[in-house]
Design a binder for this molecule. Structure first.
Ligand code: G
Ligand code: MN
Length: 389
């Protein structure tokens, strides 16, 4: 006889699993059991697609919680319905459950009629999702928007797991030393190996904060290990300013804040950041310094200067390129360098590729330079090539 649907029960309490299994088998469901979120994921991984109809999971379990199980599963199978159960309902877990697409949120002890009703509904949804996919295939629309989004989400998860940081020296011409290393995000995931594509994908999927956290953890960990006078520059997305994780003094990056300069780009508006001034002063109180990046590539005019009052300014490479032959760029860069000096702000010239550009910048008063001429971004903390620089 056809079952009512195949249910995976996930609960660390053996007596609960036993009781649910007995009752639901009696109602005609086929039952699988897992004693933890990890065991459930393993079981799902070992299945082909389409052989499980619904997951019924406890929330509070040793190891991963039911909400974390839901989150991990969403990446693998976007339309496998999940019903969560808890003995201690709380607003924040309910909110998270809904965010990650839990179908229902039931309070224990669960009453059998309500459970059967929820499971029956879930099984129907699951069947409908399968039918929609078949119809799409039949009509020659094999990939729906949702499929594309899920594929991108899966790539992005792989890309986060494969993130590595490249470091590029910022060199002092006068002192012939490395002043700092700028950390630049890279990923080994082939479909998102371009950092702009990576950031774009994270933006579209609402996972920018996850990316920022991965980057900050990587740089913070390296900076904690690295013994040396060099500072670390790290790029912030305006969105990172909204992430509470950035303000944690016990995070790896927070722990070495006095050796870290946070770059905020001029390319993106800071208009959507409420309380910007307070956020910036919190960061300063933690010991961070701030830089305005890509100056002259401007979106934000000079407003980010006023909001952030940076310790460091980075002249965009578009101003640097061929500066030795372009009088306008010389005048602009020269004035910016002078103004920065008058304001007590350090200036870095970015993207210096040739000795001619470097010499012109030096004659305009630049000390700190960054670019392929000196060193390319690299997984190791390299020393600059002074023969060319
Ligand atoms: O926006 P931001 O300044 O953080 O971007 C720096 C980017 O510029 C990095 O991706 C880095 O690899 C690249 N870069 C660094 N030095 C040079 C250079 O000399 N020339 C060019 N074309 N790109 C550079
Ligand atoms: Mn930068």
């Amino acid at each position: 006889m056809d079952s009512q649907g195949r249910v995976l029960i996930v609960d660390d309490e053996a007596s609960v699993v036993r009781a649910l299994t007995r009752a639901l088998r009696h109602e005609g469901f086929a039952i699988e059991e897992a004693a933890s979120a990890e065991a459930a994921l393993e079981f799902i991984e070992s299945l082909g697609t389409g052989t499980l109809d619904v997951v019924l999971s406890d929330i509070h379990m040793p190891g991963r919680s039911g909400v974390q199980l839901l989150e991990a599963m969403r990446r693998r199978d976007p339309d496998l319905p999940v019903i969560l159960m808890t003995a201690v309902p709380a607003i924040d877990t309910a909110v998270k459950a809904v965010e990650h697409g839990a179908l229902r949120y039931l309070t224990k002890p669960v009453e059998l009629p309500a459970l059967v009703e929820a499971l029956t509904y879930a099984v129907r949804l699951r069947k409908m999702a399968g039918l929609k996919r078949e119809a799409a295939a039949l009509l020659g629309r094999e990939s729906t928007d949702l499929d594309a989004r899920n594929a991108l989400d899966a790539s992005l998860t792989r890309a986060f797991d494969a993130v590595w940081m490249a470091y590029q020296p910022i060199a002092s011409l006068d002192r012939r030393c490395v002043y700092a290393y700028e950390a630049l995000v890279r990923s080994r995931e082939p479909s998102l190996s371009n950092p702009l594509a990576l950031i774009d994908a994270a933006t579209r999927l609402g996972r920018l904060n996850d990316l920022g956290r991965v980057v900050r953890r990587a740089v913070g960990t390296l900076a904690l290990e690295h013994q040396g006078p060099e500072l670390f520059f790290i790029n912030l997305h305006p969105n990172d300013l909204l992430d509470p994780d950035l303000y944690r003094i016990d995070s790896p990056l927070g722990l070495c804040a006095p050796r870290v300069v946070l770059e905020v780009t001029e390319r993106m508006s800071l208009e959507g950041i409420p309380d910007l001034k307070n956020r910036v002063s919190s960061l300063r109180r933690m010991g961070f310094r701030l830089a305005v990046d890509d100056l002259g590539a401007g979106y934000a005019g000079l407003s980010s200067l006023a909001w952030i009052e940076p310790e460091v300014l980075k002249l965009d490479m578009s101003l640097v390129r061929d500066i030795h032959t372009e009088a306008t760029k010389q005048r602009l860069a020269g004035s910016m360098l002078k103004l920065a000096r008058d304001m007590g702000i350090l200036a870095v010239a970015e993207g210096v590729e040739t000795a001619a550009e470097r010499d012109m910048l030096a004659s305009l008063g630049a000390d700190l330079i960054q670019g392929y001429l000196v060193a390319r971004p690299s997984p190791t903390l390299d020393t600059p090539r002074w023969d060319t620089a």
